[in-house]
Design a protein around this ligand. Structure first.
Ligand SMILES: [Zn+2]
Length: 264
């Protein structure tokens, strides 16, 4: 049995992508248990910021930390709100400087359709795997999060910034050519961003281990139920996929303390 605080799966860009659940004293190599029954039992909470046994409000945080922790500021989901480059504090300027004032990539990825997004340059493969992308390409590399956010906003006219997770999990993929879309994106960014263009970037591809494709999905979570149980048939993005078409998003269940048992 594996016990501990649920945190998002660690991934390794291999063929197929390999996933690990990292508990304090143990590692659960998830690809090895595809085909087996898995039972996840909720025993409590552990906020990822204050570590208290308080009900999780969102993103692994208790309500207080969600609204007060620097790890949960609005600029995380909306990079264009970043202000550390102006020395302006949101919740904790030293944390914000550390995270915002580093190189960021604006990219296109194909999850079901093609979307635009922003990530730190040292985090690209992880970001793409977390969203279940099958292809991704870098567009520009800029020196801070604010500039990346401004470029992303500019591209939202042409590209979605959301993953359609139902389509992503049912592999309902459109045929768009990401290389062609890169050209369109760089054209739209124009001369303002030209010095940051990644003109020679190439398409990265990701392959996920899924035994059987599902054609519909129903979402299950520890918020709604104390027990999650089923035969694991695949893993994509941050989702465990079960053979009854239920799917469990590990990332949106961060901060729950669980016991996990596995049987044939
Ligand atoms: Zn907390």
């Amino acid at each position: 049995m594996f016990s501990g605080v649920l945190k998002k799966m660690t991934s390794i860009h291999d063929n197929p992508v390999r996933y690990i659940l990292d508990f304090d004293n143990d590692l659960l190599f998830l690809n090895q248990i595809i085909g087996k029954n898995i039972k996840i039992h909720k025993t409590g909470y552990c906020c990822l910021s204050c570590f208290e046994n308080l009900q999780i409000f969102a993103n692994g945080f208790c309500k207080k930390c969600f609204f007060e922790s620097p790890m949960s500021g609005d600029w995380i989901m909306k990079p264009e709100l970043s202000k550390a480059h102006l020395e302006i504090e949101d919740r904790d300027i030293s944390y914000e400087k550390k995270v915002q004032l580093q190189n960021h990539i604006v990219y296109l990825s194909k999850t079901s359709g093609i979307k635009v997004g922003v990530t730190r340059s040292n985090n690209m493969a992880t970001r793409w795997i977390d969203q279940g992308a099958i292809e991704a390409i870098e567009l520009i590399e800029v020196p801070n999060r604010y500039l990346a956010g401004i470029a992303e906003v500019k591209l939202k006219d042409k590209f979605s910034d959301k993953t359609n997770w139902r389509k992503m999990l049912t592999s309902n993929i459109d045929e768009a050519d990401i290389m062609n879309d890169k050209k369109i994106a760089l054209d739209s960014l124009g001369s303002e961003f030209e010095e940051f263009f990644k003109t020679d970037s190439e398409v990265m591809k990701f392959n996920y281990q899924i035994d059987k494709l599902i054609d519909s999905v129903k979402s299950i979570s520890l918020k709604k139920s104390d027990n999650i149980e089923g035969k694991l048939i695949g893993i994509k993005g941050q989702y465990l996929i079960f053979d009854d078409s239920s799917v469990f998003n590990v990332r949106s269940n961060e901060g729950y303390v669980v016991d996990i048992s596995i049987s044939d």
